[in-house]
Write a protein that binds this ligand. Structure first.
Ligand SMILES: [Zn+2]
Length: 86
């Protein structure tokens, strides 16, 4: 299914590519490999409706800590504000 033939942002050509999407739900993050139409001019990524629904489902699971089916690959950290070197 190709939802877009041209980029809606700039009118450029789009090509199907395997991309990595970062999803956040609550304090949890997950990466997911998905196919997207990617604009060759501006880099805009366009996802199918089914893919966007999958993102919403995964964000909900992350938020509710329902992560048993996901592979744990590391921890995430927040870096404190780095003081400016003056
Ligand atoms: Zn574009």
């Amino acid at each position: 299914m190709i939802p877009f033939e041209k980029c809606p942002a700039c009118g450029g050509e789009v090509v199907r590519k395997r991309t990595e999407k970062l999803l956040r739900g609550g304090v949890n993050l997950a990466t997911m490999a998905v196919d997207a139409e990617v604009c060759v001019r501006c880099g805009e990524r366009l996802y199918s409706v089914d893919t966007i629904r999958a993102f919403d489902r995964i964000r909900g699971k992350l938020e509710r800590q329902q992560v048993a089916e996901f592979e744990l690959i590391g921890k995430s950290f927040r870096v404190p504000v780095v003081p400016s070197a003056e």
